[in-house]
Design a protein around this ligand. Structure first.
Ligand code: FES
Length: 392
């Protein structure tokens, strides 16, 4: 913007106002049915994407990667670290589940664009079971456009990134490593990846190949219970993190809650400034791990009256499960994205009763706290409730 002088600038602004008035005066009172800007915006940022599964492959004894193409051929731009939220109907339950995209952004911009998600099933889990047992090549899945704030941002983050991952928390960094190896992202990435046993490593072959071929990506595996492992052993600790950290580093974390509590404490001990430690949304853990959860209530079952518009439903909810899970199990649609209390998509209103709000990732605004709004994915019933959820 060029600044001329006070009078010229003010004069210019008033000429713009006059020109706009004139355009309004001449404009038709009938709304223009064609809105190319709106149409372009909707096409670039669709609410929902219809995906088709084009490939499923094993990436560890307990993990698979699903390759998905959009049926209209367009995949919105995203950054390594963002996720897609799948809208699923499993039996009578209507639910959403976010999965980090494990493919690289450049792969969604090529001639045959696709994204991939990688899911681990090391014990029975509702949604991973569904993917492993039912989502085959040719299956159609509905998902959101990519969301999330956990990605490398050159204006904020250092060029040296140490990624700390546990279990399936490796997937955002697989995406990032692919993007760097293909020359689309100029970052020096060291991945410190904690697993129990070498057979648990997700995408290990691919990561090790990138490590061999690309001098900007280094992968350090740390095994907590594998006597034959020749590399780093034990849990990811301060000594290991410092050993592989250089000057001016941004740390990024994705993994289970138990690992997060330890890594967060270690970051504080190392004096890492808050802005240099970034974490992905943490899924709510077992209630026994949530600080402050009243464990004497965990076996209780309560009744929730769920109101949305003119509809009212009465459902049952265990005190040990988030309100969102009880709502979804009852087949009531509730929009959720992060499932970790941060994004606010599941924001609902508490009209009667008591809830426990998990302090892990509590992203409520101050006014919401005061006025009784809560995030259903991270709130637990502590009595019978009356709640109001958004109409979808
Ligand atoms: S889904 Fe993000 S806050 Fe509940």
């Amino acid at each position: 913007m060029k600044i001329e002088s006070f009078l010229k600038d003010v004069g210019g602004a008033s000429r713009v106002t006059a020109a706009r008035r004139e355009k309004f005066r001449k404009g038709s009172p009938i709304p223009e049915p064609e809105d190319p800007i709106r149409a372009l915006s909707d096409a670039l940022h669709p609410d929902k994407i219809r995906f088709i599964v084009t490939d499923v492959r094993d990436v560890s004894p307990t993990s698979k990667t699903w390759r998905l193409r959009s049926t209209d051929g367009h995949i919105p731009i995203f950054q390594s670290g963002q996720y897609v939220c799948f809208h699923l109907q499993i039996g009578n339950s209507v639910l959403n589940r976010p999965y980090s995209i494990s493919s690289a952004p450049f792969e969604s911009k090529c001639d045959n664009p696709f994204i991939e998600v990688t899911i681990r099933r090391n014990r029975p889990y509702f949604v991973p079971d569904y993917f492993f047992d039912h989502v085959k090549v040719g299956e159609v899945l509905w998902g959101s456009m990519p969301f999330g704030t956990f990605y490398y941002e050159p204006l904020r983050d250092s060029k040296n990134v140490v990624a700390i991952a546990g279990g399936s928390g490796i997937t955002p960094f697989v995406s990032m490593a692919r993007e760097i190896a293909a020359g689309w992202l100029d970052v020096n990435l060291t991945i410190i990846y904690g697993s129990v046993h070498s057979s648990d490593i997700v995408c290990g072959r691919e990561l090790d190949e990138i490590d061999r071929k690309c001098d900007k990506v280094k992968v350090v595996h740390v095994m907590s219970d594998d006597p034959d492992w020749q590399g780093e052993k034990g849990f990811v600790n301060r000594e290991i993190i410092e050993k592989y950290s250089g000057e001016d580093t941004t740390y990024m974390f994705c993994g289970p809650y138990a690992m997060y509590t330890f890594v967060e404490k270690t970051m504080k001990e190392m004096g890492v400034p808050a802005g240099k430690f970034r974490k992905d949304a943490i899924a709510q853990p077992d209630v026994s791990l949530i600080p402050g959860y009243p464990s004497d209530k965990k076996d209780e079952v309560y009744t929730i009256k769920v109101m949305r518009g003119i509809h009212e439903d009465i459902i049952q909810a265990a005190a040990s499960e988030p309100v969102a899970v009880a709502v979804e199990r009852a087949g009531i649609a509730l929009d959720t994205h992060c499932r970790g209390g941060e994004c606010g998509m599941c924001r609902s209103q508490l009209l009667e009763g008591e809830i426990f709000v998990s302090p892990i990732g509590d992203g409520r605004r101050r006014m919401d706290k005061e006025l009784g709004w809560f995030h259903a994915c991270s709130a637990y019933p502590m009595s019978d409730l009356v709640i109001k959820i958004p109409i979808l």
